[in-house]
Every structure is written in C-alpha cells, then in structure tokens.
Design a protein around this ligand. Sequence first.
Ligand SMILES: NC(=O)c1ccc[n+]([C@@H]2O[C@H](COP(=O)([O-])OP(=O)(O)OC[C@H]3O[C@@H](n4cnc5c(N)ncnc54)[C@H](OP(=O)(O)O)[C@@H]3O)[C@@H](O)[C@H]2O)c1
Length: 329
Amino acid sequence: MKAVTCEQYGPPEVLKITTALKPVPKAHEVLIKIKASTANAADCNVRGLTYVPPGLGWLARVMLGFSKPKINIPGSVLAGEVEAVGEAVNTFKPGDQVFWIGPEMGAYAAYACRPEKGALTLKPDNTTFEEAAAVPYGALTALYFLREKAAIQSGQKVLIHGASGGVGVYAVQLAKYFGAEVTGVCSTANVEFVQSLGADRVIDYTKEDFTRRNEKGDIIMDIVVGKTSFTRCKHALTPKGYYLAVAGGLKDMLQMIRTSMGSGKKVVFGGGSESEKKEYLDFLRTLIEAEKLKPIVDKSFPLENIVEAHRYVESGQKRGNITISIGHP
Ligand SMILES: NC(=O)c1ccc[n+]([C@@H]2O[C@H](COP(=O)([O-])OP(=O)(O)OC[C@H]3O[C@@H](n4cnc5c(N)ncnc54)[C@H](OP(=O)(O)O)[C@@H]3O)[C@@H](O)[C@H]2O)c1
C-alpha cells in the first residue's frame, strides 16, 4: 500500500512517499481504508518538533523520539471506511464510515488497523471524509479545555486567543454553542472569518493588545505559542477565571500546579491524549449532524503532495484546518 514515512526530524521534505505492507487486523482491531487525514500542529511536531512549547523540548523528545521520530508513518487523524474487523470486534462492521484520532499516528497511508476501543467512532453522516478528518484534532482540544477543564457555563465571557487556527475555529463555535459571549483574537485578514464562525466580537491583534482592555472574562483560552502569558492576562480574568494554556510551556505547567492549590484564578495546562476519547468524538458527531458545529477546511492536498501540505501549515497562512486526501486505485 502507499504510505508516507518520516525517518528523521526536519523540514517538510523529510516526509517520503513510499510503499508499506498492508496491515492485518488483530482480534480487537478494525482495518480501515483511509480516505482522508490532516496536517496539523501535532503532525508537524512529530515531523519537525515545530510547535513544541518553550521549555518542553526534552519532554517532546522523550515522547516523540530522542534523535529521530519513533513513529515511522505519521498522520494523527483519519477518516475512512472499515474494510475488515478482527474476530473479537463487535461495534464495527465492514462498510462503516469512521473517524479516529490517536497518538499511534499512521494515518498517512492507504490503510491502518486501529483498536476498536480507541477514539474511533462513526463519522458524521452529513460530512465528506475530508470534513470529518478536519474535526478531531481541533474540536476535541477545544471541547476538552472548555467543557472538561473550565466547565464553561452559559452567559460567561470567553476570549479565544488564536481564534482562526485549527483549534480556535472550533473553540469559537463550541463556546457559542455552550451559550458564552465570545471574543475572538486573530489578524486583520481573519476578522470577518472569525465573525462568520459566530464570535460576538473580534479583536485584531495587529491593532490592539487584548490584555490592555479594561475588561474581565471568565475564560481566556490561549492557543498561540509564546505571545502572551497568565501573568499578562491575570488582571483580565474574573476572581475564579480560567487561563487555558493550550499552547503552554513549562512555565504554564508550573503555574498550573501553583494555582491549583488556591481557590482563585486557575491555569490549566495539558490536553493531548487526555482529550482523545470516543465519547467526546460521539458528542461532536451529534453536534455536526444537528448542524450546531461546522467542520472548517481551508485547503485539501492529495497524499502525494504531503510536503506542500506541511509547508502550507507552517507558513502561518492557513485558516482552520488542512486535510489530506488519500485516493485508492
Ligand atoms: N494542548 C493540546 O492538547 C493542544 C492541542 C492542539 C494544539 N495545541 C497547540 O496549540 C497551538 C495552536 O494550534 P493550532 O493548530 O490552532 O495552530 P494554527 O492553526 O497555526 O493557529 C494559530 C493561531 O495563532 C494566531 N496567531 C499567529 N500569530 C499571532 C500573534 N502574533 N498574536 C496572536 N495570535 C497569533 C493565528 O491567527 P492569524 O492566522 O489570524 O494570524 C491563528 O489563529 C500549537 O502550538 C499546538 O501545538 C495544543
């Protein structure tokens, strides 16, 4: 089968199109014919440690591979069709259209086997495979931080720093869905786009520093690496407000420990595989099918143009998500 491998850390060009053996499902596994994947910040980290937050380079190498990537075939998200199931699988059958996310990677290929019990579920009926693939990375992260960590409530004031990105486009939509009053922060070129996602107000970071506004919010979700901090945002939070350090580094990790001991403002750091649960994906599917949440795809690239796709992600020009289409002869 066709696949993309990554045998060293480096620029997008380290991704090589090759062939690999088609996998065979074990008893509890599902064999998926992959139709779409994504190129997101997590995929760029596995390939080039591109978005590793300050102070966490050592941790990233422990997790992803010290001198070269541990994972041979990258690709953190897939959408596709079940082709076969292991003898102990009872929740999926051949022909089911599914989507998945997980740290095992392996989605830059024609086929993959995935455990039945992982973050694997039926894809929304009303999406293409590309649209479905554009959801898990950003929307699960947004859902996890807003609902599971900050317990978002209707009527709260929520600010999303990085509202036009892969995570931000879902954070804006989900915060609105939960009844919050939402302010998005992005560049001039994306102001109208973020408004179109439902934001009540949009701040253009090239014209204004949101931390200098004399206003307080219940949640500040920071999805931008190294541009602000809890210290700078603290005064803009209500007494029990949350600073969600989605793109946070070592400093945020330490501040989370410190603030967790008091009863005041809290820093939340983490995410990753904690957010990758089947039940959360099922929740997102119901929202998409009810047209309460929209998958946001900027561009789609064929697997053969994977280098170009990663370059585009790292250009800083993208809006929302980039998907990868995987054709089958
Ligand atoms: N903790 C977790 O579980 C988790 C999960 C997913 C992602 N992340 C991390 O979150 C980060 C963002 O991911 P993403 O996929 O959303 O990235 P992305 O798609 O590249 O989006 C980046 C966002 O940052 C904004 N931005 C760029 N420069 C800025 C500046 N100078 N000031 C303010 N905003 C600026 C962009 O706005 P414009 O495009 O309008 O400039 C865009 O909204 C990455 O570091 C990623 O590793 C963490």
